[in-house]
Design a protein around this ligand. Structure first.
Ligand code: THG
Length: 310
């Protein structure tokens, strides 16, 4: 049967509104390194591993005041393709402000002062980390703020004071919304509040919050729809804790990788993931070359060789 006229209209509309054209440029930096996040540039990997949550060996070390794993993970993740390192200081019963500062110091010392993402729900730890890290123009990411009034009020003043980049989680008073529309609504709340405080749009990165496919068969679709809508409306950079998609399922690395590549088409620019999982890095390199990002072809050849794949 002939394809109806609307089919062609939709295809034309798609190419007219190519999301790759629309992008806010976000810059983060340490004193030694600068990272640009934009839909024109290679996807930026935020390494997730420096996080004691659910990692008993790391918890044990941190409790004993040791930082060997932190230092090793910092170096290994950068070598594997991360450009930013997430540092989560959420250790139960710890002096979190002091721990955050020490973790930052260890990472800076071990890995030549990388760009970091301060990941904590503890505002005192966040403030201590920012006070220590933000010298001489260093501009980190902060992970994170939500659309809840209490969160916005506690975190946005620090974002403004230190000129940092904030990750806005599109959750609100009722937790993580199931639908893309409600995620957009929470994004509206965060962006409006930040702009009102004088935080520029390029310093806001949105996390659409990935639910688990094993729980909801719509989890990936709703997240990708949310990315689509948020990018269409604001052009902001998009992050996500990618591995949530595959929680509890087999072949996690493969599933997470494919989902990340699909999300890249929608406008994902800076996933939080584990770069030691090679498939995830390969998927992002494939997205870079297929989406025509700067140096995509050159980097595909270079990184494939480095991985020993011919
Ligand atoms: N969004 C934002 N920030 C986030 C998340 C997010 N930060 C935390 C988390 N989610 C992303 N970070 C991790 C870190 C580790 C793991 C998953 C996500 C993880 N760890 C292994 C495990 O549980 O199997 C254990 C590590 C090991 O022993 O090797 O999976 O969604 N903005």
């Amino acid at each position: 049967p002939p394809i109806d006229q609307n089919h062609y209209k939709n295809i034309n509309k798609r190419s007219e509104t190519n999301i790759m054209a629309k992008s806010v440029i976000t810059v983060v930096k340490s004193n030694k390194h600068e990272v640009t996040i934009s839909r024109d540039e290679s996807i930026v990997i935020i390494g997730e591993r420096i996080n004691p949550t659910g990692r008993s060996a790391l918890q044990k070390e941190l409790k004993a005041g040791k930082f060997d794993i932190v230092r090793r993970d910092a170096v290994a993740q950068l070598e594997a393709g991360a450009s930013i390192l997430d540092i989560n200081s959420g250790l139960p019963r710890a002096d979190e402000p002091a721990l955050m500062v020490q973790m930052i110091k260890e990472v800076q010392d071990a890995a030549d002062d990388p760009v970091i993402c301060l990941d904590t729900a503890n505002v005192k730890a966040l403030e201590a980390g920012l006070k220590y890290y933000c010298k001489d123009g260093a501009k980190p990411m902060i992970n994170s703020v939500t659309a809840e009034g209490k969160s916005l009020k506690a975190v946005l003043p620090l974002v403004k004071e230190y000129g940092a980049v904030i990750i806005g989680l599109c959750s609100g008073d009722d937790g993580i919304p199931k639908t893309a529309e409600k995620r957009l609504k929470n994004t509206d709340t965060i962006i409006e509040a930040a702009l009102k405080m004088g935080i520029p749009i390029e310093n806001i990165v949105i996390d659409c919050l990935i639910l688990t496919l094993g729980v909801s068969g719509e989890a990936a679709l709703e997240a990708m729809n949310a990315i689509d809508m948020i990018v269409e409306k604001y052009g902001v950079n998009i992050t996500m804790g990618a591995s949530n998609i595959s929680f509890g399922l087999p072949a996690r690395e493969q599933l997470t990788s494919f989902f990340m590549a699909m999300s890249a088409v929608k406008g994902l620019t800076c996933p939080i993931c584990n770069p030691l999982k090679k498939q995830e890095v390969i998927a992002m390199n494939a997205a870079n070359i297929c989406l025509g990002k700067k140096k995509g072809v050159m980097n595909w050849i270079k990184t494939s060789r480095a991985l020993g794949i011919d």
